[in-house]
Design a protein around this ligand. Structure first.
Ligand code: PXP
Length: 242
C-alpha cells in the first residue's frame, strides 16, 4: 500500500486556451505555480508533435522555474528523445501519438513495439530520467514493460471513465489487478486520463497506485471555481479514498 497517492497536474489545456488566441495568456507556467501551491506533487505536460498545446518554450520555462518534478509526456520519436535528453525532466511518460486524434486515445503497445522502445527506454534511463509507459491495464502490457525494464507504468483510465455499470466494474478490476501485478514485479503503477471528481474515488482507492495524472477536468473546472480550488478538491477526494 502506498499511503500518499501523488497528484500530477497536467497543464496542457491551459496552453490550449492560450493558443486559441496565439498570445501568452493564460500562461501554463502560472498554472504550474498555482498547482504547486494547491498541493500538486508534480506537473505533467505533453509536448505533441504538432505543438497544439504545450510548446518547446513552455518546457524550457517549466524546467527552469518550477520546483516540482516535471513529467514530460512524449511520443517515442527521435525528435522527442533529443528534447528529453536536453532538458532532463524528472520523468518521461512515453505515450502513443496519432496526429489526427483529439487526445491520447489508447495505451502504448509496449508488447508489439519492444524493439523500437528498448533503445528508447535505455537512453532515457541512462540520462537519469524515470521512464513511464502509458499502457492499457492489460497483463501482457505490464509484462512487456517489465521486459523493457521500465520502472513505472501509467494505466490508461480512459475506458474506465467512459463506460458504465458492469463494464466499469470490470475495467476497475483490470486496473487493480494490473497495479498489483506491476508492484509484484517491482514496477510503480500510476494511472490517468479522463478522471473527474465523479469518478476518481474508486481509482484512488486502488492501494497499489502511487500517482494519478489529471488535466482536462481540472482545467475545465477551474473556469468555474478557480484552479486552486479545483486541484484542492481533487486532492481531498484522493485523500479520502485512502
Ligand atoms: N496521463 C497521460 C499519459 C495522458 O496522456 C493524459 C492526457 O494528456 C493524462 C494523463 C491526463 O488526462 P486528462 O487530461 O483526461 O485528465
Amino acid at each position: 500500500m502506498t499511503d500518499r497517492l501523488r497528484l500530477g497536474v497536467n497543464i496542457d489545456h491551459v496552453a490550449t486556451i492560450r493558443n486559441a488566441r496565439g498570445g501568452d495568456h493564460p500562461d501554463p507556467l502560472r498554472a504550474a505555480q498555482i498547482a504547486a501551491a494547491a498541493g500538486a506533487d508534480g506537473i505533467t505536460a505533453h509536448l505533441r508533435e504538432d505543438r497544439r498545446h504545450i510548446t518547446d518554450d513552455d518546457i524550457a520555462r517549466l524546467m527552469g522555474e518550477i520546483d516540482l518534478p516535471l513529467n514530460l509526456e512524449m511520443a517515442a520519436t527521435e525528435e522527442m528523445l533529443e528534447i528529453a535528453l536536453r532538458h532532463r525532466p524528472h520523468a518521461a511518460c512515453i505515450v502513443p501519438e496519432k496526429r489526427e486524434e483529439r487526445t491520447t486515445e489508447g495505451g502504448l503497445d509496449a508488447a508489439g513495439m519492444h524493439d523500437q522502445l528498448a533503445a528508447f527506454v535505455a537512453r532515457l534511463t541512462a540520462a537519469g530520467i524515470r521512464v513511464s509507459l502509458f499502457i492499457e491495464p492489460d497483463e501482457r502490457q505490464v509484462e512487456a514493460a517489465l521486459r523493457l525494464r521500465a520502472p513505472v507504468v501509467e494505466f490508461h483510465t480512459g475506458r474506465f471513465a467512459h463506460v458504465d455499470g458492469d463494464d466499469r466494474s470490470a475495467e476497475l478490476k483490470r486496473i487493480g489487478d494490473c497495479a498489483a501485478l506491476a508492484v509484484k514485479n517491482g514496477i510503480e503503477p500510476h494511472a490517468g486520463h479522463g478522471l473527474t471528481f465523479a469518478n476518481v474515488v474508486p481509482v484512488a482507492a486502488i492501494p497499489q497506485l502511487a500517482e494519478l495524472n489529471i488535466g482536462h477536468f481540472l482545467v475545465g473546472e477551474a473556469i468555474f471555481t478557480g484552479l486552486e480550488a479545483s486541484i484542492q478538491r481533487m486532492r481531498g477526494l484522493m485523500d479520502e479514498a485512502r
